[in-house]
Structures are given as structure tokens and as C-alpha cells.
Design a binder for this molecule. Structure first.
Ligand SMILES: [Zn+2]
Length: 454
């Protein structure tokens, strides 16, 4: 992994089996992605809560007041500046960064000319248009109507993490990836399992329709540029807009190079540390790795299945805790029924369960470095404490000893309890659950053992 310090990460290339023209297309897109980092650098500013999205001297309340008069001030796609008269003005990204964007669009259009795939060519044209005219919705709708294609190219102002003032402004980013056939086939197989087990409980409604529109892919990523290079996500789910997602579907992408790095540096060492020897010995590294990867896609697949319109409003600060752990748990619950159908082996299921526990520790370690991700750690604390309480996990000599049969039986109980809170739970229900189960002590007791990893 090469950190360039310029908000670009290029991953080592392996032979991806591209044709000559595909290779040319990819090279153009990587060039376009690289240029996006230049725009990103104009937006980011770690010293400022509002990054460079707002003038340095503007207070939060001044911005809010200005936005009442001019809603564009808080549009996700404008830079806010001070006009000559001192008033705040909103300048659309596609105007502010026009010069840079024209260079990017030119490369994308060149790639569109080279590709043999007509749909992809059109997609690239629509993406280039969106960069230049700011109509990202049209671009997203066209993209979601397409069948997943070998080459994956995402570009534009997408994630809001850099706007710590209002969590509104989107930062530019781009990535290029090539579909990993083997892992994508596995992910789609699991997706179909999860979705079909879901159909049984849902009445025919618009929501069921939406289940058909969830796409998942696993990519060998070539480049991250802009915000995503800073954050190094192992997966992403787009679009972010819930209404759009409901109408047109969503696509999750797992980024293999990021996943592998996390696995090697963190998840595998945690796995080797926290469990009793007797638990570890039957599994090969490959089996464990596939358990970890399956946790990643089960989580991504389950997220869109757990959207309840008013859960954020009801659960307030507890919402993210339940949102994340419910997604992880629902997928595992679905795996339980696969086991019954012989669709996966007992051993495969066990490796998924083990890596589910490991993920909890991995989030706890992330939380020690970055407190803002505490809700992931708390969510997994709920799950692990729940299993310890009902005897599905025993603590033996300072190590974890799961009883897979018990875990299998109680995971659907837990999944249902979590989903009930998301669907109809009150703030009090959420609070009681958190008070009872979310203590991070379950992780802290392994602190000494995990010193190396943390
Ligand atoms: Zn999530």
C-alpha cells in the first residue's frame, strides 16, 4: 500500500485478466481519479470543523441564519464563501471547481470512447456530465439501472464525513476497481440467501420490490482518491440518499486490498489471541479469512433491509448502535437457516461466527484510536455480552470458548430483539438494552493480550 500524502492510494496491481481495451479504459479512469484528489485537497481542512466548506470566520449560527434565507448555503454541493458585501454566498461545486472538473471529464470521455461496452460508455458519459452540471441524481439513477460490470468507477462529491460542523457537505472522491469474480459470486450467493429468507416475513409491498435491487460486488481496487483515500473504508454502500435507495436500489462494494490489510494486521491476530486453543485448531487461515469476508458482505447486504423511516428519530443517539449491530446480526441469522438447508457447512458457519466475535474486538481497537466509532464497539459489546449471559460464550482461563450450537440458537433471538428496537422500539427500550448489555468491559479484559494488535 502506497501512501502518497496527497490523498491518493494506489494499490499494487496484480494480473486482473483485462483485455487490451479494458486495460486502456482503466488507465484513463485511474488518471481521472488521481485528478479528483486535487479538488479534495481544496475542500479538506482538518484544523476546521467545517473544513474549507465554509469561511473560516463564519460561526455556526451565522451559517444557519444565512441558510434560512438561502437554502443553497446548506446544500451538500456548494462551497460557502463571503461575498464582497460580507454576506455568505453559496457557489456550486461544478462552478467553483470547473477548471479541474473539465480535465477530469475529458479523461472520462476518452475512456468512454475506448470501451467496447455500450452501457458502460453511456454511464461514463453521464458521470462526466454530472461532474460538469452538478446533476448527480440522473447519474446515480442510470448507474443503478445497470447490471454490475467488470470495471467499477465511482467519482464525485459523495461522503459527508469532512463536514463536522453540519454533516452536510460532500467531499470529492473516486475509486476504480475490477470485479473479483470468485468473491463476488460468493457474495451474490449469500445475498440471495439473505433476501429469500427475508421474503417470508415481509408482506408484498414496495419494500419487497426493493430487495431485488440490492447489488453487491467484491472488487480488486486499483486506486482510492480523495476522501476515501483518507478513510480507507473496507466497504461502501451507495447511494447515500434513502429515497433514492428505495426507488432505485443500492450497491455495496467490498474493497479487497483494504479488507486484506485489516485481516492481516488486526482481525487474524485478534482471532489468534482471544479464543481458546481448542476453538482455533480446526480452521485454516483461508477458512477464517472467508469467514471474515462473509461477515463484511452479510453486514452490507443487511443494512438496506433494516431501514425504518423513523428509527433515527425514536432512538436518537442510540440509533447508530442498533443500526450497525443489527446489520451484522441479521446476516448471521440468515446463515443459520442455510445450515439447515445444507447450503453451507457447519465449519463454514462456525468460521463466520468466530469472525463476528473478532469484528467486535476489531471495532473496539478502532474505537481506542478513534472515539467517534464507539457505536460499532458498543453494538458488538451488546452481542457478545448477550452471548456470555446466556452461556453461548464461556470465558475459560481468560479466553473465549463459544458453544456454537447455543450461539446458533440464540443469534436469531438477538437479531429479532435488535430489529424490534429499530422497527418499533422507544428511546427507553433502546436505553435499557444499552444499559444492560453495551458495557465495553468484555473487550477491556483482553487489553493486555491484545496490546500488540492495538
Ligand atoms: Zn454498517
Amino acid at each position: 500500500m502506497i501512501m502518497t500524502g496527497s490523498a491518493i492510494i494506489q494499490f499494487p496491481q496484480k494480473d486482473l485478466g483485462l483485455t487490451l481495451s479494458e486495460d486502456k479504459v482503466v488507465k484513463k479512469l485511474v488518471e481521472a481519479a488521481k485528478l479528483v484528489s486535487q479538488i479534495y485537497l481544496k475542500q479538506e481542512n482538518f484544523k476546521q470543523n467545517g473544513a474549507n466548506f465554509y469561511p473560516r470566520d463564519a460561526t455556526k449560527s451565522e451559517i444557519e441564519i444565512a441558510a434560512r434565507e438561502n437554502p443553497d448555503i446548506l446544500s451538500p454541493y456548494t462551497m460557502v464563501e463571503r461575498g464582497k458585501n460580507g454576506k455568505l454566498v453559496a457557489i456550486p461545486y461544478h462552478i467553483k471547481f470547473k477548471k479541474d472538473l473539465e480535465k477530469v471529464a475529458k479523461l472520462i470521455l476518452e475512456a468512454a470512447k475506448i470501451t467496447d461496452n455500450k452501457d458502460f460508455a453511456k454511464r461514463l458519459k453521464v458521470q462526466a456530465d454530472a461532474l460538469l452540471d452538478g446533476n448527480y441524481t440522473a447519474s446515480d439513477i442510470y448507474w443503478l439501472s445497470l447490471k454490475p460490470y467488470k470495471i467499477n468507477f465511482v467519482i464525485g462529491p459523495i461522503e459527508r464525513y469532512d463536514d463536522k460542523l453540519f454533516f452536510t457537505k460532500c467531499s470529492y472522491q473516486s475509486w476504480v476497481g475490477i470485479m473479483n469474480e470468485k468473491y463476488t459470486t460468493d457474495a451474490v450467493r449469500f445475498k440471495n440467501f439473505v433476501v429469500s429468507s427475508r421474503r417470508k416475513v415481509l408482506a408484498a409491498s414496495e419494500k419487497v420490490d426493493f430487495l431485488d435491487k440490492i447489488q453487491i460486488r467484491v472488487d480488486d481496487t486499483l486506486i482510492f482518491s480523495g476522501l476515501i483515500a483518507r478513510f480507507m473504508f473496507t466497504s461502501a454502500n451507495l447511494p447515500n440518499d434513502v429515497n433514492m435507495m428505495e426507488k432505485h436500489g443500492s450497491e455495496s462494494t467490498i474493497f479487497i486490498p483494504c479488507f486484506e490489510k485489516k485481516f492481516q494486521d488486526e482481525r487474524y491476530p485478534i482471532y489468534q489471541t482471544i479464543f481458546d486453543r481448542s476453538v482455533e485448531s480446526p480452521f485454516s487461515v483461508e477458512e477464517i479469512k472467508s469467514g471474515a469476508l462473509r461477515n463484511s458482505y452479510l453486514h452490507e447486504i443487511s443494512h438496506p433491509l433494516l431501514r425504518y423511516r423513523d428509527s433515527e428519530r425514536r432512538l436518537r443517539e442510540f440509533f447508530p448502535i442498533f443500526d450497525e449491530i443489527a446489520a451484522s446480526t441479521l446476516g448471521i441469522k440468515a446463515c443459520g437457516s442455510l445450515l439447515l438447508k445444507d447450503a453451507i457447512s457447519q465449519k463454514e458457519f462456525e468460521s463466520i461466527l468466530l469472525m463476528y466475535i473478532v469484528l467486535g474486538f476489531s471495532w473496539w481497537i478502532s474505537y481506542l484510536k478513534e472515539p467517534s466509532v464507539v457505536h460499532y464497539a458498543q453494538g458488538f459489546a451488546i452481542a457478545i455480552n448477550y452471548f456470555v449471559e446466556n452461556g453461548s460464550i464461556r470465558l475459560n482461563d481468560g479466553k473465549m470458548l463459544p458453544n456454537f450450537t447455543k450461539m446458533y440458537l440464540s443469534i436469531s433471538e438477538l437479531s429479532d430483539a435488535l430489529e424490534r428496537i429499530l422497527a418499533v422500539g422507544t428511546y427507553e427500550d433502546a436505553k435499557n438494552f444499552v444499559d444492560k448489555y453495551a458495557s465495553l468491559n468484555i473487550f477491556t479484559r483482553f487489553k493486555q493480550d491484545l496490546k500488540q494488535v492495538a
